[in-house]
Design a protein around this ligand. Structure first.
Ligand code: HEM
Length: 492
């Protein structure tokens, strides 16, 4: 047969076979799902905002449904009951993460905390949790108070010189400095421009890693494309290796100067707890903290600012709550002890997290054995996506006004409201593998937003509403770089 004829025949056979495999039932108890195309599966349905597309699909196919993301059979879970059954009750079967190429490059072949598999994860998570608990609360709150002060000082200098304030840079510096201080006792100094200096280079590399991991690379989901990503992966590996070698130097300095009686930071605590054995793991955990703990917090703070500008009445209610509190306690800085006294601000933060869920599809998991949950069969190897965004943005779970920004939905008469109990606890994931930095993240969001709103009235520079379109990634970001005008709330 003519070679020119064989090739198209093979391609047609391959497409037909792939179509058959993707649409063949795995059991009679499969979740429902749309028809899959060969090779791409359902990638064409996801578009550039997969959290919105998957939420629309969940309205059509239900709180659990199946799709193919390229080569990977995946279930999307939006129903809160099923989320609890999967991630809490049957958590043992869902502790693994998928292994796309970019996760492997970033995590030094799946070590550390964020991308490691079940058995090693249990050991590392215990090590990190123990080290975290031993890090004194006083030290953490001192770091937070100090970074808040620096942030407010920086904003004051913009306000005094009537300059437009671009929050992204300052908020990233704020959130990154907290992790740098807590984990390594390092920081970007107040006068160091984050576009210069060694730490800045390092932050840029972390940012590139976040982008690479979050962009849903075709080569990560369709194995055929991995042949085309050879050079881009070499470049990515080089960047990641630079971060790793930078952290190795910090690790070595820590070992040389370690005083077991007086640990300075999380690195010291981890070195002590692991008796200096797990060098590579500890360095990777440091990277995981920087990647997971800075971008998430700074992006959420940007969204809080956008909503406060677009909803000035809500901004005024929050300000009044804060100024009354400050007048009562005769102190100008809001601290962690005040959190229980600001129910309105707390509700605003939760409402922003609901509407602009920072990690809208969490971080994917992978099923480690065949399992049936509520009559749904989930085979070993299935990727599982927790649709946190969809849960908080559907009429079924939130009510008919789910498109409205209404913080009071999170305020019950005597504590948490029903919606708070259903949705409020999900933003950081649920179950044993949920976010290890949840408390720290919540503290940072509270301290930064309360002190910013107490000190400044925020508004858009052209008097128009700020564009709240998002760019999708592991974390979502405002599409248009945020710029705002500040007016001091302190009488001059
Ligand atoms: C607004 C702030 C934050 C949000 C919304 C957030 C959200 C999340 C989510 C959804 C996950 C995935 C959980 C899962 O698989 O079920 C996660 C994991 C993780 N987060 Fe956060 N996070 C935040 C802040 C932080 C901070 C401040 C840190 C650092 C101290 C941190 C460190 C981590 C780590 C290391 C993981 C991986 C945990 C593991 O696999 O065991 N996060 N986060």
């Amino acid at each position: 047969m003519n070679v020119l004829l064989i090739i198209p025949c093979l391609v047609i056979f391959w497409l037909a076979f792939d179509f058959y495999i993707k649409n063949k039932s795995k059991s009679k108890n499969d979740p429902k799902g749309p028809i899959a195309l060969p090779i791409i599966g359902h990638l064409h349905l996801l578009g550039d905002k997969p959290h919105l597309s998957l939420t629309r699909l969940s309205q059509q196919y239900g709180g659990i449904f199946k799709i193919w993301i390229g080569d990977h059979y995946t279930i999307i879970v939006t129903c809160p009951d099923l989320m609890k059954k999967i991630f809490i009750k049957h958590s043992e079967s869902f502790l693994n993460r998928p292994h796309p190429k970019s996760f492997g490059i970033y995590s030094n072949n799946f070590i550390g905390l964020a991308f490691v598999d079940k058995d090693d994860w249990k050991v590392t998570r215990k090590l990190v949790a123990t080290a975290f608990t031993k890090t004194k609360i006083k030290t953490t709150s001192d770091i937070l108070d100090n970074q808040i002060k620096l942030l407010i000082d920086e904003m004051n200098s913009f306000e005094k010189s009537n300059e437009i304030f671009y929050p992204n840079r300052s908020l990233r510096k704020f959130a990154t400095n907290i992790i740098l201080k807590m984990v390594f006792s390092k920081e970007i100094s107040a006068n160091e421009n984050e576009n210069e200096g060694i730490l800045s280079k390092f932050i840029e590399a972390i940012q590139l890693a976040v982008n690479k991991l979050g962009s849903g690379n075709p080569e990560d989901v369709i194995s055929f494309f991995s042949y085309f990503s050879f050079y881009s992966n070499i470049k990515f590996k080089k960047q990641v290796d630079e971060i790793r070698s930078f952290l190795k130097d910090i690790y070595d300095q820590h070992v040389e100067t370690l005083n077991p009686e007086n640990p300075r930071d999380l690195f010291d605590q981890m070195i002590i707890c692991s008796q200096g054995k797990d060098v590579d793991t500890i360095i990777q955990v440091g990277m995981d903290f920087l990647m997971a703990g800075s971008d998430t917090v700074s992006a959420t703070l940007e969204w809080i600012m956008i909503y406060m500008i677009n909803y000035p009445n809500e901004q005024e209610i929050a300000y009044n709550e804060l100024i009354n509190l400050v007048n009562e306690k005769q102190s100008k800085q809001i601290t962690l002890d005040d959190r229980s006294k600001t129910p309105y601000l707390n509700a605003i933060i939760k409402e922003v997290l609901r509407m602009k869920t920072t990690a809208p599809l969490s971080v994917p998991r992978q099923c480690s054995e065949d399992i049936t949950i509520d009559d749904y069969f989930i085979p070993k190897g299935t990727r599982v996506i927790q649709n946190i965004y969809g849960l908080g943005n559907s009429e079924l779970y939130v009510g008919p006004d789910y498109k409205e920004f209404r913080p009071t939905r999170f305020m019950g008469k005597d504590g948490a409201s029903d919606i708070d109990k259903l949705v409020g606890s999900q933003y950081f994931g649920i179950g044993p593998r949920s976010c290890i930095g949840e408390s720290l993240g919540v503290f940072e969001l509270f301290l930064a937003s309360s002190n910013i709103l107490l000190n400044f009235q925020l508004s858009s520079c052209d008097g128009k509403l700020i564009d709240d379109t998002e760019i999708f990634g592991i974390t979502i970001h405002p599409k248009t770089p945020l710029k705002i005008c500040l007016k001091s709330r302190n009488e001059k």
